[in-house]
Structures are given as C-alpha cells and as structure tokens.
Design a binder for this molecule. Structure first.
Ligand code: ADP
Ligand code: MN
Length: 281
C-alpha cells in the first residue's frame, strides 16, 4: 500500500492511537499497552486491541518482540504529518514519490487549489545519528524527536531565507516530520551545468548563502550541485536544509564544494573572496 492509501485507511480512533503513541514516546521507545490504555481512557480494551492490530498490519506501528508494547514507525509518523497538513489545508493529497534518500522521502502532491506542491518526510538514518551525536543538546533524545526537530529546522531555514529574498523553495507548512513546500519544476545543477548561465547562478547561490549566514545565522552544511535545483528560467533554488547550523567551519566547507564544481566548469572563482562576501566582511 502507498502512504496515501494507508492514510485513507486510518480512522478517527486509529489516528488518536498514533497521536498518543507519539506523545508517550521516550528514551525506551516502546509504550506498554497499559500506559496507552490509561492515557486514552478507553472503556473497552477490545477497541484498542483491534486498532493496534490494524496499525501493526499497516506497519504504522511495530510491536516489541517480547512484550505487549508498541512504538510508532516512520510511516506512522508520516501519517500524523499528512493528517495535520490536511487539517491545516496545506496538503490536499499526495501523489508519486520524487526521490527517496537515506534521510528523507520526497513526494509530489496537490494543495487545495490543485497546485503542485512537494512534501518531504524526514527520516533519521544511522549516518545523521552519528553526526547528531556530537551535538550535546540532542544527545538524550529519541529518534522520533530528532526527526521532528530536523523537519522544523529545515522549515525555519526555508522560511527565514525566503522571507529575506534568498533563492529557496517557498515553505508552506511543517507538521511532525513533514515539510510542505513549493514544487520547483527543474533539475539538479549537476545535470544542467552545460546548458545554463553558470555565472548568474553562482551569484544567486552566494547571495542566498549570504542571507542565510548574515541574517538567518545558518549555513547549509551539505551544499553541493545535488542540492541545488535549476528551474525552467535558469534560477537556482537551494534545497535540503535539515543540517543547517551556525558554523564558520561548515560555511567554508560548503563554499569549497561549490567553488570546486564551478571551477571544473570553467568559471573563475576565489574562495577567499566568496568567504568574505558571504560573511559580510
Ligand atoms: P535528501 O537528499 O535528504 O533525500 P532533498 O531535500 O535533497 O532530500 O530532496 C531529495 C530530492 O527530491 C531532490 O534531489 C530533488 O530531486 C527532489 N526535491 C526536493 N525538494 C524539491 C522541491 N521543492 N521541488 C522539486 N523537487 C524537489
Ligand atoms: Mn539532497
């Protein structure tokens, strides 16, 4: 079943069960039937058991192998995001998958006016968990919380940069691990390098990084020609901001990545000048 089909099978009570599992999440991950039952204040256990069985079959939750305890899966978290984006009239329906990375699944979809939009569902993989481990503030958190925080961080980055005139997709909403944003009709920069005005594109990338760094206090952290989309008019859009941090070291690394790509395609670049420009020196 697709995510959209699963979402349509989740009834009002099932949804409340998912929401409660999320709210009871903690370090131990699995939530016992008893604490779920208490929190939900259910009159008869059968209704809850039937719902849990159904959610388990849909793989929206998983059961502890030895105990009668449950936890949300990433798909279960996706469903909460979809439902809330729908209730907030941001996402009318999901369509096909655009891309599936280690850290996210990106879907086409439609808003309530039938415009094409994109919804990105965050996933925290082993890789990012390793990176996150170095961040003291996140050390004690569970994976669901980290995933939801990544989505929020990406949304906040898009919102600030866009508001200040940078070239990023317009963010539309964030709920749980789901970020809805404008759909950019285009291709990644690495596929388009031979057919576009690279000088103009580089200027717009640097302008965006300058706004991000100086006004929004963030740097991308994973900037590369894979995370830059070029639309039909040749305008770049910087995407994929969940790793955004405030660090000069990382800014330098991002700039070196970008400079290397443009140099390879015959554009003269001076990393030191780029660095000074972005920092506003
Ligand atoms: P990740 O690389 O972490 O999986 P991205 O944010 O880079 O996540 O998105 C994955 C892919 O989805 C992108 O390479 C791009 O092809 C597509 N994509 C992401 N956001 C948009 C968007 N706003 N419009 C069009 N395509 C997008
Ligand atoms: Mn990416």
């Amino acid at each position: 079943l697709s995510l959209a089909e699963k979402a349509s099978l989740v009834g009002a009570f099932d949804y409340i069960v998912l929401k409660t599992l999320y709210s009871l999440r903690g370090k131990s991950e699995f939530v016992s039937f008893n604490s779920l039952r208490k929190k939900l204040d259910v009159k008869n256990d059968e209704e809850l058991k039937i719902s849990l069985l159904k959610l388990n079959e849909l793989k929206l939750i998983s059961k502890d192998p030895t105990e009668f305890s449950f936890r949300l899966t990433f798909s279960g978290l996706d469903i909460l995001g979809i439902k809330m984006l729908y209730l907030n009239r941001i996402l009318y329906k999901l369509a096909e998958i655009i891309g599936e990375g280690k850290e996210s699944i990106v879907y086409h979809g439609y808003d309530f006016d039938n415009n094409r939009i994109v919804t990105k569902f965050h996933r925290v993989g082993t890789d990012s968990y390793k990176k996150i481990k170095f961040r003291k503030d996140l050390e004690k958190k569970d994976w669901l919380s980290i995933t939801v925080e990544n989505a929020k961080r990406e949304f906040d980055a898009l919102e600030c940069i866009r508001r200040e005139g940078g070239y990023v997709p317009k963010p539309l909403g964030v709920q749980y691990n789901a970020v809805a944003m404008e759909h950019i009709n285009g291709k990644e920069l690495y596929k388009k390098a031979d057919t576009v005005n690279l000088k103009e594109i580089l200027e717009k990338i640097l302008e965006t990084m300058r706004i991000a760094y100086n006004i929004c206090n963030i740097t991308h952290g994973d900037l590369s020609p894979y995370n830059i989309l070029i639309d039909e008019s040749g305008t770049p859009f910087l995407i994929d901001w969940p790793q955004a941090t405030d660090s000069e070291e990382i800014l330098k690394r991002d700039l070196i990545n970008i400079a290397t790509f443009f140099k390879k395609h015959g554009i003269e670049v001076d990393v030191h000048k780029m660095f000074d420009y972005v920092r506003g020196v």
